[in-house]
Design a protein around this ligand. Structure first.
Ligand SMILES: [Zn+2]
Length: 197
């Protein structure tokens, strides 16, 4: 977990988040899997995930399909469990660093599931979710760290994010992502000195 240590943020980010909560530089693929956030919600948590479909295979567009409820569940045996699943994330960063957005940051994406952070449940209500295309058994790419850093710095300018956590930290018995290969110290250094462990 990274905790914000400096509330003033002056870095100039290269990615723009518009007033409707969309990143202008992301490729937009609309997901139907979202709801409005509860009234007067402060978006103060950023959640880092990893995901791959099939597991540890980065060759297809299946994550993009899943988040749009367009996954062909017959395409791979492991997809059988995903039939009827309605999930999303605000962002996906693919292995080449390409950024996709599925849900406005102003809305509640369905990425965290049953979750709790510092006694507050339903993390989807007050968080933004970023999926790194990856798995628990291999490193992420330089391009992914670069995109994640730029995106995070832009989000920090728009939302009062106080903590950055892994999915495993808010759903500890259910989830392991982003996994042991996610380099928290590298990420922390790349988003300036606004956050500390
Ligand atoms: Zn996750």
């Amino acid at each position: 977990m990274l905790k914000r240590i400096n509330s003033t943020f002056t870095s100039v980010a290269n990615l723009e988040i518009d007033a409707q909560g969309w990143c202008k530089q992301a490729q937009i693929l609309l997901s139907p899997n979202f709801t409005e956030r509860p009234a007067d919600t402060q978006v103060d948590l950023l959640v880092i995930h990893n995901m791959s479909l099939p597991e540890a295979d980065f060759s297809g567009d299946y994550i993009l399909d899943l988040f749009q409820n367009q996954l062909d569940c017959d395409a791979h045996p492991s997809f059988a469990d995903l039939r009827g699943l309605e999930v999303s994330s605000h962002f996906v960063i693919r292995r080449d660093g390409q950024l996709f957005q599925f849900v406005s940051c102003l809305a509640r994406a369905w990425h965290a599931g049953l979750s709790s952070f510092q006694g507050r449940e339903k993390c989807n209500d007050y968080s933004i979710g970023i999926e790194l295309e990856g798995c628990d058994t291999c490193p992420f790419t330089d391009a992914q760290y670069a995109s994640l850093s730029l995106l995070t710095m832009s989000l920090l300018q728009h939302f009062p994010i106080q903590h950055i956590v892994g999915h495993n930290e808010i759903a500890p018995r259910r989830k392991t992502d982003p996994g042991p290969f996610f380099e928290w110290s590298r990420f922390q250094q790349s988003i300036s000195k606004q956050f500390a462990f």
